[in-house]
Design a protein around this ligand. Sequence first.
Ligand code: UGA
Length: 440
Amino acid sequence: MYESQIGFIGTGYVGLVTAACFAKLGQDVLCLEIDNDKIQSINNGISPIYETGLQDLLFEVVKKKRKLYATNDRKLFFDKCDIFFICLPTPSNSDGSINLKFILDEIKEIAILLSKSDSYKTIIIKSTVVPGTTNGKIKNILEKYSNKCVGTDFGLGVNPEFLMEGSAIDNFLNPDRIILGSNEINTKNTLSKIYNNFNCPIFHVTIDEGEMIKYVSNSFLATKISFINEIANLSEFFNINMDNIVKGIGSDHRISNKFFRSGLGFGGSCFPKDVKALLHLSKKYENELNILKSTLEINNKQPYRAIQILNNNIDAFNKKITILGLSFKPNTDDIRESPSLKICDELVKQGCEVHVYDPIYVGKSLPTHDYITISNSFNEAIKDSSAVILVTEWAEFKNLNPSDFHLMKHKLVIDGRRVLNEKSFINSNVKLIILGNGNK
Ligand code: UGA
């Protein structure tokens, strides 16, 4: 444990999960946030975001153990903490580069406070920033506005996160590895102390290396998905079951079968953004990563594969089509870059009446997409429907069998995530097409 309170700037999904997990481990943490509603909610032990287990964890560390507290008072935050983790968003610019505005504005405020302080503070960038950012723009602003020097007057490092939405708490508490990036011994020692209770491999690297590891991890995983999706698209021309292909190649331990599920492409706030940013960086250095260009191109097309199959089987114009799943993956309400929305939009363009059922969106509306109907139940969504496309593999969809679809008008089910049991549909009155398997 670290002797003083640890500070987290930004209580989005990464900041809040990380702060709450550190608090669970017994660390006192303080969160700086500008949104007063969020502060109030956190201090009442109520999670402002949906993440598996976070509500209970927050209640425990705020209400019972009093280990976590949120404030908007930057001066108080600065005085109480010796180490701050920056957990602010880095959204995409239209050219694919990352927008550093939130981080750089905050860094300037910290630098001004540093200029008036005699204490040694350490700033750790947890946000995803491209190689060269922390030791470049961030360091320059800190030194310029504080009139102090990194290493001698304050510490600076990176500590990328590898949390998956939906299992972020488990990922934090049981990590595969921890990456600690620093260019000087003080920050290296501080980071070591903070993470001294973890049993996994801990790698001390430079700041640039830490930033690069994060981008390469996400880009590699995204590329693995696009690769298997292209293979699945080809496999549809043969009598092939993709599960057997993945088993066959994935049991070579150099390849592994993990993160190798073909489907309708990757979404979320991380993979698309990070792949674009690394690609943009590579172009800037005239070293274009062509493989990432393909990764994105394949992924942009992949959701429409389900529509191609639909159009090959029925005339969908003016018909009710049901989409199962809205979020970009199960166990989250996050719809950023969700393949489901791309499919809904295209179907509406093609003149279909689109109804969506997603367990986490029951009773909710989607004002940005008011042309799609959000159903309150599975049965409501499929009643009189001409086809169902399963887009998000929520647990409750996995055991669906032919009789569950009896209310449909025309019984065509397209499984875009390969979760339904093909055998149970044989000899039924429901035509099941599983993406990636032969015999379309
Ligand atoms: C991802 C990474 O997995 C985390 O390690 C990383 O910390 C995080 O981004 C981040 O940078 O913050 P996340 O975006 O939460 O996490 O989601 P994943 O579970 O990785 O899934 C991403 C997408 O890939 C989803 O749309 C999912 O459906 C798709 N996917 C995943 C596949 O299509 N096939 C697979 O085999 C696995």
